[in-house]
Every structure is written in C-alpha cells, then in structure tokens.
Design a protein around this ligand. Sequence first.
Ligand code: TRP
Length: 338
Amino acid sequence: MLNFMTKRDTILTGDRPTGPLHLGHFVGSLRARVELQDTCDQYVMIADLQALTDHAKDPQKVRESIVHVTLDYLAVGIDPSKTTIFIQSLIPALSELTMYYLNLVTWNRLKHNPTVKQEIVQKGFGESVPAGFMVYPVSQAADITAFKANLVPVGEDQKPMIEQTNEIVRAFNRMYETDVLVETTAKIPKIARLPGTDGQAKMGKSLNNAIFLSDSPDIVSKKVKKMYTDPNHLRIEDPGKVEGNPVFSYLDAFGTDLDKIQELKAHYERGGLGDGTVKKYLLENLLEFLEPIQKRRTEFEGDIESVMEILKKGTENANQVASRTLFEVRDAIGINYF
Ligand code: TRP
C-alpha cells in the first residue's frame, strides 16, 4: 500500500554570491525553483564557501553579494514560507561532510571534471589553482546529500557536479554498508542555457555579457541595442539567421506571444526585417518581464532587516537538517565515539 504513496521531492540548489543574478540564472534555475516550491521541500543555498574558493581575496564582495542574491531570490518569487533560504558557511556540517567525502574521491577524478577544467581556463588560474577550488565539487556533494535532496534544478554546466555527487553517494553507501546517502537527479530545464548579449554560448557576470535582474530599464535598453545579431545581416532586405542569434534566443525564453515570435523568425529569415525592429520588440518583452520582479525587489530593499531575518531563520532550519545527516554519516562510518 505504502509503495503507492508518493513522497515529496526534496530539492537543493544554490548560487555563488559573487554578484547580482542575471537572466541566465533565471532561465537556468530560478524559474524552476519558483515553480517547484509549491510541491517540493526546497532548500536554496547561498554558496559563500564555494564563492570563496576563487574569491579568497575578496570576502567583502562575497558578503555584499549575499544580500544582493537574497534580494534577487525574493524578487523573482522564491517564497521563504515555502523555501528554506540559507547561508552555506553557517552550516558547519557541510564542511565536515566534505572532509569525509574527500577520502572517497581521487585527485585524478577531480582533475577531469569538465566544468572545473573550463573554469580554470576562464578564470586564468594557470598553475595556481587553489586546492579549495579543485575540490568544490566534493563540497557541492556535501551540500546536496546533507539535505538528502533527490532533485537538483540546475543549468547544464552543473551536470558533472551531480555525477560526482552520485559517485560519492554510491562509494559511501557501499564502503560503509549503509543507505543513509541518497542519490540525486539533475533537473535541467528545456532552455538550459541562455547565450550572452555578445552571442557567446553562456551568459556570465565575469564575461561582461549579462543582463541582470536588477538592471534598470535604461541599462537593459542599452544592452539590448548593443546585442550581437547575425553579423551577415547587413541590409534589412537581406535574409538573416535566427539560429545562434541571441535576440531570438531571448525572445524564446521571455516572449509571451509565441505566434508573433514565429512570424518574426520567418520574416527575418526571408529578409526585410531589421535588427532594430526585433530588438525593440525584445526590449518590450524584457521590460514587461522585469517590471514585477523589480517592483518586489524595491519593496524588500526597503526592509533589509526582514531580509536578514529570513536568512537567519532559514539558516537555523537548514542547520538542524544537516546536523541530523552528519550524525547519521558519522554513525555509518562508526566514529560517533561517545
Ligand atoms: N556550483 C553552483 C553554481 O555555480 C552553486 C552551488 C553550490 C550549487 N552548491 C550547490 C548548486 C549545490 C546546486 C547544488 O552556481
């Protein structure tokens, strides 16, 4: 009988607080979080420990971004009465779990994580990659398993972290003959990755090609006007390319009138539709999308004290859950000495 009852899914996700969140975050994960919070037990973590793995010299930026990111969460509609929002470094169990898991992962395996490899190049670490940075996927496994999250809504770039997590879960459960750790699944959205305004495959704060959720209409307008389009679409009469054209990717992600978007695409490909016209339409759509988000943000900004209280309560709640898992993990290993 009981087998037919469905257990609620448990979700954990997070973001590094290294700056404000952008449209790519919205498409990649924020949108899913707002939807899932009604039906799942959801934890959203501000990953300040992870942010410090490449911002050790800049804790001030991390600190300021914690508030910024929390405001972005609340602004898009993550509701603290449904979602536990918490700060990673204030959950000591996460650091301790990381230490145990590190023994189950080989150095060689860490070196071959494709996302980490890419970031090392992007961040220009050269030979000086901080050890903490190399092992952040293991810390991420601690984040996920501490809450026994079976679903992780993330962008595509996070897939290797989920694989690493499941390898650790299996290795741990096998080694200590237990089932305390739970395997997890990445929930990748249909449009998992939003290109940058420059047409690069990924929107990123450090790539200087992002539109932030908190950008004023004026700034959004400037960024849209400068957006990359089809470089061979020189005259309005020329046929243009929709594929690889970020203006259309954004319309797919944020536009509401699907028929109209189809029509614009066909017209663009036929020729006779100028970039300016499409951009103007995109701007209207983006501003309409951002308006309620920014309105809510302004409201919360006016009451930072409640925002801090939300973080504090969420962190207390998260601490209880993670401590319980840590106890079980120590028990499974056999090191609850007293
Ligand atoms: N690595 C994620 C990012 O770059 C942040 C993160 C840390 C995370 N821990 C997590 C995401 C656990 C999902 C689950 O944004």
